[in-house]
Design a protein around this ligand. Structure first.
Ligand SMILES: Cc1cc2nc3c(=O)[nH]c(=O)nc-3n(C[C@H](O)[C@H](O)[C@H](O)COP(=O)(O)OP(=O)(O)OC[C@H]3O[C@@H](n4cnc5c(N)ncnc54)[C@H](O)[C@@H]3O)c2cc1C
Length: 288
């Protein structure tokens, strides 16, 4: 196996242009497990991304329109850097999701680029990207594509990444309003989600977004529950006034949008129930 260790995005793209089938390696926390478990053949060529500093940065893009602007997060920024500090203050839901990923060792290595590359419906970063309407930036030697995350993920472990393309990062709007992430699994730590949910409020637009993980072939945006809740809530109220009846109905509508299946981790019935409970609880937390 030959391992290339470029230090700039341009070098990565040049390598990929010559070897479009080469395997991209970020933290390796998915790839190495797949190779070790013989779920993936060891590739002839690997392009390792850890030394590409440009991929490990994030930046605030201020807006000229008086809104909070956007943030671009490099695909190689490890989860550990999202858990605390200024990025966590801008995206509390992302920080919560990052804190639930694996162990400290996994969070020191694992990245959003890898979560997007694998595209498991149980990936913890993905519901946050869906709820916050992230744009995924893809680059190849031929140019750049900016793809809404909902168009990027097209199935279980399937995305629109072409050979020769690299995910360079994601851009998300900074929203004024509460946001949170929650998941359940078979235990409380070091666990892949059985069901997960991300709720985000946008006080400026009077909108609410809810994305569910591990209950469908892709992450699911709950358009019905979102529209219904936006009509029920006064998003300008501090604190938000949310009755038990509203929280319960929101959970019921979220569960109705889920498309869970039975598999080795859980049953469809439990997943559907869990995602409703998670959505109601997130809403109660927003009010609290
Ligand atoms: C013990 C353990 C616990 C885990 N727990 C969790 C958990 O709780 N939640 C969770 O979501 N995940 C979990 N995972 C899975 C894994 O950590 C995450 O999916 C992580 O985000 C993968 O990132 P990575 O950088 O390690 O990806 P890698 O393993 O390097 O890559 C994964 C895939 O993405 C591709 N890829 C990587 N970077 C790019 C890029 N920039 N552009 C295009 N393609 C790219 C690779 O080619 C590969 O196909 C766990 C893994 C382990 C081993």
């Amino acid at each position: 196996m030959s391992v290339l260790t470029p230090s700039t995005i341009d070098e990565v793209l040049a390598h990929l242009a010559e070897r479009p089938e080469a395997l991209l390696l970020s933290g390796g926390t998915d790839v190495m497990v797949e190779i070790n478990m013989a779920h993936r053949k060891a590739p002839a060529e690997v392009v390792a991304l850890r030394r590409v500093e440009q991929l490990r940065l994030w930046r605030h893009n201020p807006s000229s329109e008086g809104t909070g602007g956007t943030v671009t997060i490099g695909s190689g920024l490890p989860y550990a850097e999202m858990e605390h500090g200024p990025l966590a203050e801008l995206f509390p839901a992302l920080a919560e999701a990052a804190r639930t990923v694996g162990s400290p060792q996994i969070r020191a290595a694992g990245t959003l680029g890898g979560n997007l590359g694998t595209c498991s419906p149980a990936g913890d970063g993905l519901p946050v990207l869906f709820a916050l309407d992230a744009i995924v930036h893809l680059r190849s030697i031929g140019g750049q594509r900016d793809v809404p995350v909902a168009d990027f993920m097209v199935g279980v472990k399937q995305n629109v990444l072409e050979p020769g393309e690299l995910v360079t990062g994601v851009t998300m709007p900074i929203r004024h309003g509460w946001q949170g992430y929650s998941k359940v699994g078979v235990r409380n730590a070091m666990v892949i989600a059985t069901a997960s949910a991300c709720l985000a409020m946008d006080r400026d637009r009077g909108a609410v977004t809810l994305a569910l993980g591990a209950v469908g072939t892709t992450i699911i945006r709950c358009r019905d529950a979102e529209g219904w809740l936006a009509g029920e809530l006064d998003l300008s109220a501090e604190p938000l006034d949310i009755s038990d009846a509203v929280a319960q109905e929101f959970g019921r509508r979220a569960a109705a949008d889920a498309r869970p299946i039975d598999d080795h981790r859980s049953t469809a019935a439990y997943r559907g129930h869990a995602v409703g409970v998670l959505s109601s609880r997130l809403l109660r937390r927003a009010a609290a």
